[in-house]
Design a protein around this ligand. Structure first.
Ligand code: G1P
Ligand code: ZN
Length: 543
């Protein structure tokens, strides 16, 4: 089978965002579009002699097509071996683990995370490096630069292979192994968590509902929760991955996982409710009658992680993205360990994890994970919660109340304004940035601004500096407002406004976030004129 050199021309719009290249399926369907991007990756990334590449995706429409392409292009570019998930499926955390376990030089993940799928939906390509984590900016910038000058892509002239069964193939000089997507990941979870204590709690009556949202986590959750931990059949809902995710939007938040939320707030609620997103890296945690924000979840997991065997030795540090609430900071202070504040996006945690400076990381956007891999991990968070609940023999609600009574409570909400005209969103951000220097010392009602800046992160490991990572305005009472524009949308601009207010342990720990944040929301309106700039009466989504 010869290698064919296909002439091509650059596309001007292949700049990766927060999490790889994400576009509408119809953009990816342009002749040469996916090929150019894959070839640009392989032109740029490190590939030692005998290199292995992991390939898989979240099962969305176009996944299988691009997997076949990726196999042929990887073979033509000199990879010795490709590990491909059966059915083209691999969750993002599973790819990260496989890269590390089998010493692969990298992995290609086909996913647009929680964005809707189907022919009219979104598609995406991400590249992860040899440590298992997302390619850092220097690499994604180099890939982008390459896409702008590319003039050919290479592919083996080979037929499609059968992705639906475990098996071995040869494409050109590359070995292709179609592997069970779940096996290695499930084994890793058994090493980290005490499955027997969880099984014991299930036998004593612990119940749960897991919504896989017709995306990639279905097979993982069925194997781990139902088969290995003994939860009843049917515990995993919407368990079969579908190319259009059943028409849904697999973002595990209260808006898109509303059925699960309604169940958990009803009399029929099981003890524990959870969901994951399109590619399996996010998580939603809801107790019976008690929703846990991702920021609180990070803090509560960090405070109790030592109860799971994988973390029995304690944590070395905690890292959270800047817009994530400071709840975890209080746990870190109590444990006497560092808490790092990084820009949005999992890639910024990689260095801290590699250097052994942080053990647990999290983002307000429902991403939590640890040094077991280099991605956030939805099922991992669910299993750590289950392990903690099984050991402490208490409900989610009781655990949360005990946590707030000890550390205080960070009331938190994120307001999203979606599909704004880019120019309007930029204008709002520019206007807020222009006010920053004069803000400290200004009083809004009775709260005074103590700090107002555009967040810069200086990586303590490699010394690189990332500027313009969101505007933060902090107030004397510990409240904070953050403004940033999303880097993952595919249409227009999305403005995210993050609101946070801290109540100490002896303060109010029993109110709703909207009650507690109403005052701060009015101050934000005064500062940023969101309504005027966006022409919207309120946010599209509040999480
Ligand atoms: C969003 C989240 C961010 C997360 C990213 C990838 O990015 O806010 O925390 O890392 O998706 O899952 P954004 O759209 O805000 O740039
Ligand atoms: Zn995701």
């Amino acid at each position: 089978m010869p290698t064919i050199r296909y002439p091509t021309r650059p596309f001007a719009d292949q700049k990766p965002g927060t999490s790889g290249l994400r576009k509408k399926v119809r953009v990816f369907e342009q002749p040469g579009y996916a090929q150019n991007f894959l070839q640009s990756i392989f032109d740029v990334v490190a590939r030692p002699e005998g290199a292995t590449l992991v390939i898989g995706g979240d099962g969305r429409y176009y996944n299988r097509t691009v997997i076949q392409l990726a196999i042929r292009i990887a073979a033509a570019n000199g990879y010795a071996r490709a590990l491909v998930g059966r059915g083209g499926l691999l969750s993002t955390p599973a790819v990260s683990h496989l890269i590390r376990k089998y010493g692969a030089s990298g992995g290609v993940i086909l996913s647009a995370s929680h964005n809707p799928a189907g022919r009219d939906g979104d598609f995406g390509i991400k590249y992860n490096i040899a440590n298992g984590g997302p390619a850092p900016e220097a690499i994604t910038d180099a890939i982008h630069a390459r896409t702008l000058v590319i003039d050919r892509w290479l592919a083996e002239d080979a037929p499609d292979i059968d992705l639906e069964q475990v098996g071995q193939y040869r494409v050109g000089t590359m070995d292709v192994e179609i592997i069970d997507p779940v096996q290695d990941y499930a084994e890793l979870m058994e090493e980290l968590f005490d499955f027997s204590v969880i099984r014991g709690a299930v036998a004593e009556g612990l119940t749960m509902a897991f919504d896989a949202m017709h995306a990639v986590t279905g097979p993982y959750a069925v194997e781990i929760l139902e088969k290995r931990l003994g939860f009843a059949a049917g515990t995993v809902r919407n368990a079969v991955p579908l190319e259009d995710f059943g028409g849904g939007h697999p973002d595990p938040n209260l808006v898109h996982a509303h059925e699960l939320y309604a169940l958990m707030m009803s009399d029929a609620a099981p003890d524990f409710g959870a969901a994951s997103d399109g590619d399996g890296d996010r998580n939603l945690i809801i107790g019976r009658g008690c929703y846990i924000t991702p920021s609180d979840s990070l803090a509560m997991l960090a405070a109790n992680a030592h109860l799971a065997p994988g973390y029995a030795g304690g944590l070395r540090g905690i890292a959270r993205s800047m817009p994530t609430s400071a709840a975890a900071d209080r746990v870190a202070a109590d444990l006497g360990i560092a808490c790092f504040e990084t820009p949005t996006g999992w890639k910024y945690f990689g260095n801290l994890l590699d250097a052994g400076m942080a053990t647990i990381c999290g983002e307000e956007s429902a991403g939590t994970g640890s040094d077991h891999i280099r991605e956030k991990d939805g099922l991992w968070a669910v299993l750590l919660w289950l392990n903690i609940l099984a050991v402490r023999k208490m409900s989610v609600d009781a655990l949360a109340r005990a946590h707030w009574a000890r550390f205080g409570r960070n009331y938190y909400a994120r307001h999203d304004y979606e599909e704004l005209p880019v120019a309007d969103a930029d204008k709002l951000m520019d206007a807020v940035k222009a006010e920053l220097p004069s803000m400290p010392g200004t009083k809004f009602g009775d709260i005074e601004v103590t700090l107002a800046d555009s967040f810069t992160y200086d990586d303590p490991v490699d010394g690189t500096s990332s500027v313009n990572q969101g505007v933060r305005i902090c107030f004397a009472d510990g409240s904070r407002a953050v403004f940033r524009l999303s880097g993952t949308g595919t249409e227009g601009a999305t403005l995210r406004v993050y609101l946070e207010r801290y109540e100490p342990p002896q303060g109010i720990i029993d109110a709703t976030p909207s009650e507690m944040l109403a005052g701060l929301a009015s101050v934000v309106e005064l500062i940023a004129d969101v309504q005027t700039h966006t022409g919207r009466a309120g946010p599209d989504i509040v999480t």
